[in-house]
Design a binder for this molecule. Structure first.
Ligand code: FES
Length: 112
């Protein structure tokens, strides 16, 4: 694995999300009670910025159609909902392994 420096941990207070762009990757960094998560920040449904969504425990809810994703696995925990329709998302949210080195949040995001 090859870890890249994503952000300083002090820049992401507990309970908050930050948008970070590394090369072509548009990422979000999430701090849940001192545990950090790195994931794509575009919702896999329509590409909305998930940093504008709602954090609840280790999950994030998309602000547009309220799909909910597990930040550990990227699994879809709740499908998008439009009016009275539940829709499906193919695949889930892409998440990346995280490693903390001092004040650095490092992640293996592959080719940026
Ligand atoms: S854009 Fe995120 S659930 Fe539709």
């Amino acid at each position: 694995m090859s870890y890249t420096n994503i952000i300083r941990s002090s820049e992401v207070p507990a309970g908050e999300m930050r948008a970070v762009t590394i090369g072509k990757r548009k990422l979000m960094v999430v701090n849940v009670d001192g545990r950090f998560y790195v994931a794509d920040r575009k919702c896999p449904h329509f590409g909305v910025n998930l940093c504008r969504g709602k954090l609840e425990g280790e999950t994030v809810m998309c602000p547009l159609h309220r799909a909910r994703f597990d930040l550990n696995s990227g699994e879809v925990l709740r499908d998008p909902h439009i009016l009275f329709m539940d829709l499906n998302i193919r695949g889930g949210l892409r998440t990346y392994p995280v490693q903390i080195e001092g004040d650095k949040v490092m992640s293996d995001i592959g080719e940026a």
